[in-house]
Design a protein around this ligand. Structure first.
Ligand SMILES: [Zn+2]
Length: 279
């Protein structure tokens, strides 16, 4: 069974503003992004567990409160791990993070410059990184593209995590979605730093991109730093497993390299809570 390192809880009241209108524009008016605690639990029934991400992004209208995530994961302590989110633009963001950990029992941090509108290398955010490092919290970065028109695309490139990684050598970080569409940049950044990882979530519906990302990871020797994730409710566990295990169908009958079975197996069977120090 897989462990899903990248999932969301969200109800319609958590999605507003341009995030919501742009999602409907891109995915269609009947697109359903909701994931209640009951739906999440059912969707994760064939996993060993999951990381559940809060999102604090008032800039774009994507707001899943820390308290909401904490209340859910507290009922499933052995399987569900909640990551807090704080907008680094908030006054006292580092103290908000500390209270989300000490009072709510959250065990990681979610950051998303494209939704929160801050540059990863802006010193404004450094107290948050320092607090995460001090508390031993892994940081899940949405450091890749997204569809909201007002999300600043230039600052969402994975390479901007290199200065953060150099300044905080004990801060464990995960680049979500392998930094799509900048998978090569994510791979280069992950290779440089022992404390950086990447997840394969959300790549399943773009198989050519997923294939190239995995081949690049193998060629650069970062295959052991890839984590299984779905980005549920945007993608399901089974969809993502099927995309991963069927990836070599793309190249059957060609001379293109196959993604080695050992790499696929390692992604499917990694003990993520142990790798990230959650247990
Ligand atoms: Zn996500």
């Amino acid at each position: 069974m897989v462990f899903d390192c990248h999932t969301h809880l969200m109800e319609s009241r958590h999605l507003t503003g341009s995030f919501l209108s742009d999602a409907l524009r891109v995915w269609g008016q009947d697109y359903n992004m909701t994931s209640t605690p009951e739906q999440h639990l059912e969707a994760m029934k064939d996993t060993t567990g999951a990381i559940v991400l809060a999102v604090d992004a008032p800039y774009i209208g994507f707001n899943v409160p820390n308290e909401y995530v904490a209340e859910y994961v507290a009922r499933h302590r052995t399987r569900m791990f909640g990551f807090a989110s704080v907008d680094p633009n908030r006054a006292g963001a580092d103290r908000l993070l500390e209270s989300a950990v000490r009072e709510l029992g959250l065990v990681g941090l979610k950051l998303a410059p494209i939704y929160q509108n801050f540059h990863p290398t802006d010193k404004l955010a450094f107290p948050v990184y320092a607090k995460a490092q001090e508390l031993g919290l892994p940081v899940m970065w949405h450091q890749g593209t997204s569809y909201p028109a007002q999300g600043p695309l230039d600052i969402s490139r994975p390479v901007f995590l290199d200065p953060v990684a150099r300044a905080f050598p004990d801060l464990l970080m995960i680049i979500a979605h392998m930094g799509h569409p900048w998978m090569g940049e994510a791979t280069a950044t992950v290779r440089k730093h022992p404390h950086l990882f990447a997840d394969i979530s959300a790549l399943g519906k773009r198989p050519w991109q997923m294939y190239n990302a995995l081949i690049e990871a193998v060629e650069y020797g970062i295959e052991d730093k890839l984590l299984f994730g779905t980005d549920y409710p945007n993608f399901t566990v089974q969809e993502t497993i099927d995309a991963l295990t069927g990836i070599n169908r793309l190249v059957e009958g060609t001379n293109l390299p196959r993604v080695p079975d050992r790499v696929i197996d390692k992604i499917l069977h990694k003990n993520v809570p142990e790798v990230l120090g959650l247990v």
